[in-house]
Design a binder for this molecule. Structure first.
Ligand code: ATP
Ligand code: MG
Length: 388
């Protein structure tokens, strides 16, 4: 997938230098291809999140950057230097794992000091740096405690302090909040993000929680079965997903297959199994199969026909979700569309026939190899102008 050049500035406004670069990196374990042709640049001071479902290759990617795994092919550069054959300790990166991995028989102070003791840093300096770290993660006065005397969130903060005390340029975090309950997780998300910005350290953060990725990251790299599908700023990942996978993985959406069959002013006419629509489709050509992705908050319905649209459905359910109402509309194809609206919007009744539509620029189009509908049209089973 094409890598966008634009990276949001990490705070200063200017574009920072690239600190980590993956060039066509592949990783296989025996016959299984786990990471495929991955190209990614991470800039200094950036908070980049690797996001994707379980088993998509996030940890493996992180382990390659850390030096615990070697790429099967391709190149990994840190600060412009090829890392081939470089051991983890030769890289200016530190890793925080999900299960904190604190030494249970050592105090908090000694856990944090561990890396510095190994490096034979003076006792005086160790004390100063560990105290500074304790302050940074808001655990002043906790130095003498044992890990068993800490809460999950506190343990995780010790793990982060232990990684940060080495002054890494890059911190790799593999689902560091995975073991925490929701409330603590949210609190730690804010703290971590704040810490990262104030220290200016590059974070490569792994999660499979899309909400966490959206709230914390400067940029999100979405992975699917070892393939990097899209790397971009959160708003563009949400508003302009490049693939069906990304659209469905980030937030909720309605995906409808369509065939672009005619020009209509500055728009294209789309034929779907469930009807027709006129859509704004820059960059798309006629006679192409596409997926339309319409977010529930962008879906609308009317009791009367809407110009440019011929999609009808039956209202099946209203679900109250806090301050919004989610309405389920069944299309003649059996597909259930989800629509979000404000509670004061007049609701169509259950079982009522409605005309579904959306603002022309609110449907995101994605290329598809899916030819099911195309075959239906070609075989004459679905007429281009067939009414519902
Ligand atoms: N050492 C290994 N030997 C063989 N297969 C491995 C090894 N490490 C990982 N894999 C496989 O590689 C794939 C990707 O694993 P990875 O741990 O990178 O996924 P992940 O995205 O981190 O998933 P999760 O969200 O569950 O942590 C999985 O199918 C896994 O079984
Ligand atoms: Mg993992």
């Amino acid at each position: 997938m094409e890598e966008k050049k634009e990276v949001p500035p990490a705070g200063g406004g200017e574009e920072r230098p690239v600190i980590i670069e993956l060039k066509d990196v592949c990783k296989s374990f025996e016959d299984t291809r786990v990471v495929r042709h991955m190209n990614l640049q991470v800039r200094e001071g950036e908070f980049l999140t690797l996001l994707g479902p379980s088993g998509c290759g996030k940890t493996t990617t992180l382990r390659m950057i850390a030096g615990f795994e070697q790429p099967t092919s391709g190149q990994l550069l840190i600060e412009g230097q090829d890392m081939k054959g470089k051991a983890p300790y030769e890289r200016n990166v530190n890793t925080v794992f999900q299960n904190y991995a604190l030494f249970p028989h050592m105090t908090v102070f000694d856990n944090i000091a561990f890396g510095l003791v190994e490096k034979k840093v003076s006792k005086k300096e160790i004390r100063a740096r560990v105290e500074e770290m304790l302050r940074l993660v808001q655990l002043q006065g906790f130095g003498d405690r044992m890990p068993s005397q800490l809460s999950g969130g506190q343990k995780q903060r010790v793990a982060i302090a232990r990684a940060l005390v080495n002054n890494p340029k890059v911190l790799l975090l593999d689902e560091p909040l995975g073991a925490l309950d929701l409330k603590l997780r949210k609190q730690m998300q804010t703290e971590l993000k704040h810490l990262q910005k104030s220290l200016g350290i590059t974070f490569i953060y792994v999660t499979h929680d899309q909400e966490e990725a959206l709230t914390m990251s400067d940029r999100i790299a979405v992975m699917n079965e070892g393939v990097l599908e899209q790397a971009d700023i959160p708003s563009r990942i949400y508003e302009h997903p490049v693939s069906k996978f990304v659209a469905e993985f980030i937030g909720e959406t309605n995906i409808i297959e369509a065939y672009l069959d005619a020009v209509d002013g500055d728009c294209l006419h789309a034929t779907m199994e469930c009807g027709h629509a006129t859509i704004y489709a820059p960059g798309f050509v006629l006679e192409e199969m596409v997926y339309l992705s319409v977010r529930p908050e962008n879906l609308k319905c009317s009791l009367t026909p809407v110009p440019g649209f011929a999609v009808r459905g039956i209202v099946r359910e209203h679900i109250y979700v806090g301050n919004l109402i989610k309405t389920i509309i069944e299309l003649p194809t059996g597909q259930m569309l989800r629509m979000l609206s404000l509670p004061f919007t007049p609701l169509a009744q259950l079982g009522q026939l409605v005309y579904v539509y959306w603002d022309k620029d609110k449907a995101v189009l994605m290329h598809t190899k899916e030819e099911k509908l195309y075959n239906l049209i070609e075989s004459g089973m679905l007429g281009k102008e067939e009414a519902l």
